[in-house]
Design a protein around this ligand. Structure first.
Ligand SMILES: [Zn+2]
Length: 257
């Protein structure tokens, strides 16, 4: 029952995430007014804006002009809801869960925006440092997380790693990737070294697999610009959700613990 409630809330926040994805890169105010059809400008009624359900009922088309609605909308809604459920299953009602729920919205928005316009807007990443810092502070006061300095160590580790890559090979990634890595590192640090280590290793692995797959499938040329944000963020979430378990299993295999 609680999980169903979290899933529904996640879908609603996923709907808000779609607003961020549409408006942040354009520099538009995301709190101003209701959504409109990008083609005919018809206002989208509340009953046509129910996550996933409306998309299914309208069979993916605008009610007024029948313009196809992008599959991105329901995918984003389901992605945020899925992350929220996974976070809730592991952290329940806690400040840490709230922190991860916030990060889920920002993460899904950043992945979609990077795929769309090939950048990770500071307008979304930089204010998130403030929100995350406040939530980390409250979590630490509530006795959640390891130590107060672990988030800073995570920030240094992930942010530092990508800053070094960016410095050596600036064509390889944007500075937005570095700043986003730092944000993800802050939260990973709060969850422990396992989360930081898996986040750091999984990002480049996922990116590499994606690029090699794209080259083999002939979808990418050797000079194609590939947005790195999605791999960075997917790797970080693997670290956040399963980093502890993965690193324990790995260390156990080595006979360290
Ligand atoms: Zn329309």
């Amino acid at each position: 029952m609680e999980i169903a409630a979290v899933a529904v809330l996640g879908l609603l926040w996923g709907s808000f995430t779609n607003v961020l994805i549409a408006r942040v890169p354009a520099g538009e105010n995301w709190v101003s007014d209701g959504s409109r059809c990008p083609r005919c400008g018809a206002p989208i009624r509340w009953y046509d804006n129910v996550p996933v359900l409306s998309f299914a009922i309208l069979r993916g088309r605008c009610r007024a002009c029948r313009e196809p609605i992008s599959w991105r909308y329901p995918i984003v809604e389901v992605a945020v809801a899925s992350l929220w459920v996974l976070v809730f299953l592991q952290w329940g009602w806690s400040v840490t869960a709230l922190l991860l729920a916030y990060l889920a919205v920002v993460s899904v928005a950043l992945v979609a925006i990077d795929l769309d316009v090939r950048r990770l807007p500071f307008a979304l990443v930089l204010p998130s440092y403030g929100v995350v810092a406040v939530l980390l502070l409250v979590a630490t006061v509530m006795g959640e997380g390891a130590t107060w300095w672990m988030p800073l160590a995570g920030l240094g580790a992930l942010g530092g790693f990508y800053a070094a890559v960016w410095f050596v090979y600036p064509a390889g990634m944007g500075f937005g990737d570095v700043v986003t890595a730092g944000l993800l590192g802050l939260v990973a640090g709060h969850l422990g070294w396992g989360a930081v280590a898996v986040a750091a290793i999984a990002g480049p692995l996922i990116g590499g697999v994606f690029v090699i797959g794209g080259l083999l499938a002939g979808q990418l040329g050797r000079k194609s610009a590939v947005p790195y944000g999605p791999a960075l963020i997917a790797g970080a979430w693997l670290g956040l959700l399963a980093g502890g378990a993965i690193s324990d299993a790995y260390l156990g295999m080595l006979g360290v613990v």
